[in-house]
Design a protein around this ligand. Structure first.
Ligand code: ZN
Length: 688
C-alpha cells in the first residue's frame, strides 16, 4: 500500500493501546487482588484491558439470572482511571447449564458421531438456533448495559473463532449453501468431476462431505465452514449493535488454517491478531522473526494497510510448548517492536494475571503467582513507558512495493488435492510462503500479503510461490501487471487448477501463465525428504547464486519462449532449465521450477531487486541476523532495526540521518546493536 497516514486505531482513544486480557471474575472473592490490579496497571505503563472473554457463566450463573454488578463496578473504576476496555462477547465459552439443557449447542466432531459433552471452549455448533438465540440474548444484554459506558471503546466478538461442526444441522446448511452456489446438480457434478469412479449425484441428499474422493467437495466444505462462521459472527455483531455503535473486532490467529480471514476482515472495524512466536533469544532467530512478521504483514494487509491491534501475546513463557524456555532479557521488547514495525498501533497480552488453577496457570502473564516484583513485570513496564516516545509512529502505514500472493483458496486447493505428496501437511505450502517471505524481508523489502483476487496495481514485484489455483481473471491480472512493467516471480505447482480444483488443460502453468512465463511444465519429480538435485546458474542474472540445491518438488520444464537462468545439474534431467525469465511488455515474468534452498532463494530475490531496481528499505541485503522494517506516513519515515541474534551486530542504515525515538541519539550509515536489541528510529530530513 502507498505511504499514508491513517486515523487512530480507536477514534476515542489516544496513544498506543497497551493492555491485556483481564479476568476479574476469577478473583471476585479476593477484592484485595482487584484493588491491586488497579494500582499496578499504570505502573506497568498500560492503559487497556480486554474484559469478559470467558465470563458468560459469571454474568449469568443460572438461566436468566444476571450478575452484571461486578462488571459494572470494574467498568466504572476503569472509566475513572482512564483505562480503555475492549469488551468481549462471551460466546467462546458456554455456561454448563446451557449445554445441559440444550445439548445441541455442542459440536459434533466426526460425521455421524456423538455430540461433544460440555467441556473446554470454542466448541459450539455455529448452526444451532438455540445457541444463536442465547448468544444474541447475552450479547444484547451486555450491549444494553455497557454499550455506551465511557470505559468501553471496542467490541471483541467472541474469541479465536475456529473449528467446525459435523452435525446434521450443519450438513443441511452445507447442502443449501451448495444449492445456492451451483443451482443444479449437473453444475455441481461437473464442478467436482463426479464422473470419476462413477459418482455423480442425482439428489442433493446424497451430497455428503465425508466423501473424500472429490477434492472440490472438500474444498467447498472448508469454504462453507468460513461462511457459517462469518454468519455467526455477523449475528453477534448485530446483537451488540442493537444498543451500541462502537467499533468491532475479533482476534484472529495469523495464518490459522481453518478460516479464510479475507472473508472475515471486511466486517471488522479493527483487525486484531493473537501471536505467540516462540522467541527465546538464545540463537539466531531470523527465520522465526520473519515468520512472525509474515503473520503481522497479513494483519495489516487484511485491513487494507491500516494499523491493527496485537490483541494477544505473552511477555513470558507459553505453557503449551514442548519445553518451557524463558524469553531472555530484551526479547519481549524486540517482539513488540517487530509487531509495531508491521503496522500494529497497539500491543496487548494474554494475560494480565496468572490464575491459580486451570489449564493456563503456567501460561505467561504480567503478574505472576509470586506478585509483581519479577523480571517479566519490569520488562513489560519498561516497554510500556517507552511507548509514549514512539507516538509519532501512530497512524503511519507501510509502503510495501512487494506483494506476496497467498491465500486460503490456494492453500486449501493444494491441501485438498490427492497429491502431489500424500500428507497435506507435508505439501509445504506455508513452508514455501515463509521461505519466499523470508527471502524478501531479510533483504530489507516491505511485503504486503495479497489475496488471489486482490489489487495488484500497487506493487513493483509480485511473488506467487505454489500459486495452485489460478483462474482466468487472475491470469489476466498477472499478464496486465507484467505488461505494465511489473516483475512477477512464480513457481512450480502454479496455475494447476481452477477454483473447483479441476486441472487446467493445455499444459501447466495454465490460465495464460504458460504464455506469460514462456515455459511448459511437462512433469514433476516428487523427492523423498533429504534428497536433493543439484542446480547450476548461468551467468545472465548478476547476483544469483552460482549453485543451489533443489528438493521435494522438481518440475521438468521446457523453455518455450524464455531465457534460461539456471539448470539442473544432476538426475536424468540434468541440463534442463530450472529458472527462466521472459520479458513481456514492460515487465518480466520469472518461473522457478523447483523448491530451492534458502540461500539460492535469497540470492534470487537480491538479483531481481538489483536487476529491476525494486525499491527497498536498504540499498543492499543487511548482514545475517539483522532484520529491518519501515513505516511511513507520507511525511515521516520510521525505521525498525532488530538484532535477531544473541550477540552484538552492526546494522547498516538507509541514507540520511536517523534519530532513536526513545533516547534521541542520532546515527548515520550504521548502528551498533547489542544481542537481541531492537530500535525505532525516525528519519531526519537533511535540511532540518
Ligand atoms: Zn453443527
Amino acid at each position: 500500500m502507498p505511504a499514508q497516514s491513517y486515523p487512530a486505531l480507536l477514534n476515542n482513544h489516544q496513544g498506543f493501546l497497551h493492555g491485556a486480557d483481564y479476568n476479574p471474575d476469577q478473583w471476585l472473592q479476593h477484592p484485595h487482588i482487584i484493588e491491586e490490579d488497579f494500582q499496578i496497571i499504570s505502573r506497568a505503563g498500560m492503559n487497556s484491558w480486554s474484559l469478559g472473554i470467558f465470563s458468560w457463566a459469571a454474568l449469568e450463573p443460572e438461566p436468566g439470572v444476571y450478575r452484571f454488578d461486578w462488571m459494572q463496578d470494574i467498568l466504572d473504576r476503569c472509566a475513572q482511571a482512564n483505562i480503555a476496555i475492549i469488551l468481549a462477547t462471551p460466546s467462546g465459552s458456554k455456561p454448563a447449564w446451557l449445554s445441559q439443557a440444550h445439548p445441541e449447542v455442542c459440536r459434533v466432531l466426526q460425521w455421524q458421531g456423538p455430540r461433544e459433552p460440555h467441556r473446554g471452549r470454542h466448541n459450539h455448533c455455529p448452526s444451532s438456533e438455540v445457541y444463536r438465540r442465547e448468544v444474541s440474548r447475552i450479547n444484547g444484554e451486555l450491549s444494553r448495559r455497557f454499550g455506551a459506558h465511557p470505559a468501553v471503546k471496542l467490541w471483541h466478538l467472541s474469541n479465536e473463532y475456529g473449528g467446525e461442526c459435523r452435525c446434521e444441522t450443519c450438513l443441511q446448511g452445507f447442502r443449501r449453501w451448495l444449492q445456492e452456489r451451483y443451482g443444479s446438480l449437473d453444475a455441481l457434478n461437473d464442478a467436482y468431476w463426479n464422473g470419476f469412479w462413477g459418482h455423480p449425484y442425482n439428489d442433493w441428499e446424497q451430497v455428503h462431505p465425508f466423501e473424500v474422493i472429490h477434492d472440490g467437495l472438500q474444498l467447498d466444505w472448508r469454504r462453507f465452514v468460513t461462511d457459517i462462521t462469518v454468519d455467526f459472527m455477523l449475528m453477534e455483531k448485530a446483537a451488540v449493535r442493537q444498543h451500541s455503535d462502537l467499533p468491532v473486532t475479533t482476534n484472529m490467529m495469523g495464518h490459522y488454517p481453518g478460516l479464510d480471514y479475507w472473508r472475515l476482515a471486511p466486517h471488522l472495524d479493527v483487525i486484531s491478531n493473537d501471536a505467540y512466536p516462540s522467541f527465546d533469544g538464545r540463537s539466531d532467530e531470523s527465520t522465526s522473526l520473519t515468520q512472525a512478521i509474515c503473520d503481522a504483514n497479513l494483519m495489516r494487509s487484511l485491513g487494507g494497510g491500516k494499523p491493527w491491534l496485537l490483541m494477544e501475546s505473552t511477555p513470558s513463557q507459553l505453557n503449551w510448548t514442548e519445553n518451557f524456555v524463558m524469553k531472555r532479557p530484551g526479547v519481549h521488547r524486540r517482539e513488540m517492536y517487530l509487531q509495531i514495525g508491521a503496522g500494529a498501533d497497539g500491543t496487548c497480552y494474554f494475560q494480565w494475571r496468572k490464575g491459580r488453577g486451570g489449564s493456563e496457570k503456567y501460561h505467561g502473564a504480567i503478574i505472576d503467582h509470586a506478585g509483581t516484583h519479577t523480571r517479566v513485570m519490569r520488562e513489560v513496564a519498561e516497554y510500556g513507558h517507552t511507548l509514549p516516545q514512539l507516538e509519532a509512529v501512530l497512524g503511519s502505514g507501510v509502503n510495501a512495493r512487494v506483494g506476496l500472493i497467498e491465500d486460503w483458496q490456494m492453500r486449501w486447493g493444494l491441501e485438498c488435492a490427492h497429491g502431489p505428496r500424500k500428507n497435506p501437511k507435508h505439501k509445504g505450502y506455508m513452508d514455501e510462503i515463509h521461505a519466499w517471505h523470508h527471502a524478501a524481508v531479510s533483504r530489507g523489502l516491505s511485503v504486503d500479503i495479497v489475496p488471489s483476487n486482490g489489487d495488484l496495481s500497487n506493487y513493483d514485484l509480485l511473488l506467487m510461490p505454489m500459486g495452485y489455483q489460478v483462474d482466468e481473471k487472475l491470469g489476466q491480472a498477472l499478464e496486465r501487471f507484467v505488461g505494465n512493467g511489473g516483475i512477477l516471480i512464480t513457481s512450480y505447482l502454479s496455475a494447476h487448477c481452477d477454483p473447483h480444483n479441476r486441472c487446467h488443460l493445455g499444459g501447466w502453468p495454465g490460465s495464460g501463465l504458460r504464455q506469460l512465463c514462456g515455459v511448459w511444465a511437462e512433469e514433476m519429480d516428487g523427492l523423498p525428504d533429504g534428497e536433493v538435485v543439484q542446480v547450476t546458474s548461468e551467468t545472465h542474472l548478476p547476483g544469483l547464486a552460482a549453485t543451489g540445491r533443489a528438493r521435494t518438488y522438481c518440475e521438468r520444464i521446457h523453455a518455450e519462449d524464455a531465457e534460461v537462468l539456471a539448470r539442473y545439474r544432476s538426475e536424468f534431467y540434468a541440463g534442463e532449465p530450472v529458472l527462466c525469465r521472459r520479458a513481456a511488455g514492460k515487465g518480466y515474468a520469472y518461473y522457478l521450477a523447483a523448491r530451492m534452498d534458502q540461500a539460492f532463494l535469497d540470492s534470487l530475490i537480491d538479483a531481481v531487486v538489483e536487476a529491476h531496481q525494486v525499491p527497498s528499505i536498504l540499498p543492499q541485503r543487511p548482514p545475517p541476523g539483522i532484520i529491518v522494517q519501515e513505516r511511513d506516513n507520507g511525511q515521516q519515515r520510521f525505521l525498525f532495526v532488530h538484532n535477531a541474534t544473541p550477540t552484538a551486530r552492526e546494522a547498516p542504515l538507509p541514507p540520511g540521518t536517523w534519530t532513536d525515538l526513545t533516547h534521541g541519539s542520532t546515527y548515520r550509515d550504521s548502528l551498533s546493536l547489542s544481542g537481541v536489541d531492537s530500535r525505532v528510529l525516525i528519519w531526519q530530513n537533511i535540511s532540518s
